[in-house]
Design a protein around this ligand. Structure first.
Ligand code: IFM
Length: 454
C-alpha cells in the first residue's frame, strides 16, 4: 500500500464515524470475474454465443481469471484492511451437467477461496445466485427451477457451512426479472410481460425454498440474508400518467421483492398480474424475514409512461443538474432516502449496503497507481449519505464497495471499470487505484472521510 497517500484528516475534525461494529467490505461475482474453465455452460455463455460478443466486443471466456488469481486480489484487499468479501458461487461450476451430486472439483474452488479469505482475516460473504444459471436448469419462466436452486443452495451450505457465517441467497432478482425477461438486455434476453412476472414470482419462491434449505442445513447462529437493487423512483415530470408510471415501477422494481419477504404479500399494483402464478402456501414460503437485508444502491430511476413498451413504461428524463459517471447518475441522497424508507416500512431491519460503486473512464496505471480522484469524490459523498442514515437510526451494519477489481460488466463487457483495483485486460496485471487507499483510510478510521482536494 506504499503508493497510496493517507487521506485522513489529522485532527479527525471532519470524521463521520460509523458504529463500532460496522463492516467494511468489497463485492464481486463469479460470472463477472471467473473464467469459463472448469465450469458448465451457463445462461450468460448462451447470451454471448447468441450475440457473438457484448457491446465492447468482449465475451466472458476469461474475465479476471479470479478462480486462479484470487490470492493476488485478496492480498491487496487484506493490505487495505478490507474486512469482508462478498463474492458469489457459480452454480454452473458446482452443478455443471445436471441435478444431483455436486462436481467435487467445482466445490473445491470455493473451499480454497473461503480458506484463503479466512487466512487473510477477510470474512467470506458468499452470494449463492448472482445471475449465472447452468444451462441444464432452464430459466425463471419455469417453476421447476425454484427447487433446483434450493437443492444447489443446500449443497453449498453442506460444503461451506462450517466456516461461512453470513450467507446471501439472491443478488438483485429485480434486475434479473426486468432486464433479463422484459428489457432483453440481460440473459435470457426476453421481452414480454408474462415472462417478467414469472421471473419475479419464481425467483421469490426459489429464494423462499433456499432459505428453508439453508436454515435446515447450516449450523445454528449462521445469518442468512438476500440482496435487492433498490432505487427510489421518480416520474420525469408532474403529468398524472407519468406519476402513475412511477408508482408502477416502484411496485415492480422495489416492492414486488421486498414486501413479500416481510410478509406483506405482493403490492396491489402488480398482485393481479402475479396471481395466476401464486399457489397456496407460496407467500408463506417467501415471507422468510431475513436476518438482514442487502441493498445495492447506485442511483434513482426516472420514468415516463410509454404505452408501446413491454410494461408500458420507459426510462424518463433525469434532472439536468445531476452529475453522472460513465454509467449512473450520482445521487447520494437517494441512498439515505431508500435506507430510511426500509427502516420505516419493514420494521427497522438490519441492512447492509451490499453494493455501491462507480464506473469511470480511469487513466492508465502510472508509477504503480491509477489516479481516480473522481471515484473518491463520489464514494465520499455516498459514504456520508450512508452515515447520515445511520445517524438517523437506520440499523445500517456495513457497506461493500462494488467492485474489488475491474471486471466484466455483463452486456457492457469490460468497458465499464468499477474496481478499486485496476486490471490490465491483456496481461491480467493488477494495480491499486488511489481509491483503494481512500477506502483503506475510511476503514482504518471507521468513518466517511472527506475526499482529499484534487
Ligand atoms: O455489475 C453489477 C452487479 O453484477 C450487480 N449490481 C450492479 C453492478 C453494476 O452495474
Amino acid at each position: 500500500m506504499t503508493a497510496i497517500r493517507d487521506h485522513a484528516s489529522p485532527d479527525g475534525a471532519t470524521m463521520a464515524r460509523f458504529h463500532p461494529d460496522f463492516v467494511w467490505g468489497v463485492a464481486a461475482s463469479a460470472a463477472q470475474t471467473e473464467s469459463r474453465n472448469g465450469r458448465g455452460h451457463s445462461n450468460w455463455d448462451a447470451l454471448c454465443e447468441a450475440r457473438g460478443a457484448m457491446l465492447d466486443g468482449s465475451t466472458n471466456v476469461l474475465c479476471t481469471h479470479f478462480e486462479e488469481r484470487y490470492p493476488t486480489d485478496l492480498a491487496l484487499l487484506a493490505d487495505a484492511g478490507v474486512q469482508a468479501f462478498r463474492f458469489s458461487i457459480a452454480w454452473p461450476r458446482v452443478q455443471p451437467n445436471g441435478p444431483g451430486a455436486a462436481n467435487a472439483a467445482g466445490l473445491a474452488v470455493y473451499d480454497r477461496m473461503v480458506d484463503a479469505m479466512l487466512e487473510r482475516g477477510i470474512t467470506p460473504w458468499p452470494t449463492l445466485f448472482h445471475w449465472d444459471v447452468p444451462s441444464w436448469a432452464g430459466d425463471f419462466r419455469d417453476r421447476d427451477i425454484c427447487q433446483r436452486l434450493a437443492d444447489y443452495a443446500e449443497i453449498v451450505a453442506r460444503a461451506l457451512g462450517d466456516r461461512v457465517q453470513q450467507w446471501i441467497v439472491l443478488n438483485e432478482p429485480n434486475s434479473v426479472a426486468l432486464r433479463g425477461y422484459a428489457a432483453q438486455v440481460h440473459a435470457p434476453a426476453l421481452n414480454n410481460a408474462e415472462s417478467a412476472f414469472a421471473a419475479i414470482h419464481h425467483q421469490n419462491l426459489a429464494q423462499g425454498l433456499a432459505f428453508r434449505a439453508l436454515r435446515a442445513t447450516l449450523p445454528s447462529g449462521r445469518r442468512i440474508g438476500t440482496t435487492v437493487n433498490l432505487q427510489p423512483v421518480r416520474a420525469e415530470d408532474d403529468l398524472a400518467e407519468n406519476q402513475a408510471a412511477a408508482a408502477m415501477v416502484d411496485a415492480l422494481w422495489n416492492r414486488a421483492f421486498v414486501d413479500p419477504l416481510y410478509g406483506k404479500g405482493y403490492p396491489a399494483l402488480v398482485a393481479e398480474r402475479l396471481a395466476p402464478l401464486v399457489r397456496d402456501g407460496d407467500l408463506e414460503l417467501i415471507a422468510v424475514k431475513p436476518d438482514f437485508l442487502g441493498m445495492n444502491y447506485y442511483s434513482r430511476i426516472y420514468v415516463r409512461q410509454a404505452p408501446g413498451e413491454v410494461l408500458g413504461i420507459a426510462q424518463g428524463q433525469a434532472p439536468q443538474h445531476l452529475a453522472s459517471t460513465a454509467y449512473f447518475h450520482v445521487e447520494p441522497d437517494g441512498l439515505a432516502e431508500m435506507l430510511l424508507r426500509l427502516h420505516e416500512e419493514y420494521g427497522a431491519p438490519e441492512i447492509y449496503v451490499t453494493e455501491t460503486g462507480f464506473a469511470m473512464p480511469d487513466p492508465p496505471p502510472h508509477d504503480g497507481v491509477v489516479e481516480d480522484g473522481g471515484r473518491i469524490a463520489h464514494l465520499a459523498s455516498y459514504l456520508k449519505a450512508a452515515h447520515s442514515a445511520q445517524a438517523q437510526g437506520v440499523r445500517l451494519k456495513g457497506l461493500f464497495y462494488w467492485s474489488a477489481t475491474d471486471n466484466w460488466e455483463w452486456a457492457q463487457g469490460f468497458a465499464k471499470r468499477f474496481g478499486l483495483i485496476h486490471v490490465d485486460r491483456d496481461t491480467q496485471a493488477r494495480t491499486p487505484k488511489r481509491s483503494l487507499g481512500y477506502f483503506a483510510d475510511c476503514i482504518r478510521h471507521n468513518a466517511a472521510l472527506d475526499a482529499p482536494p484534487p
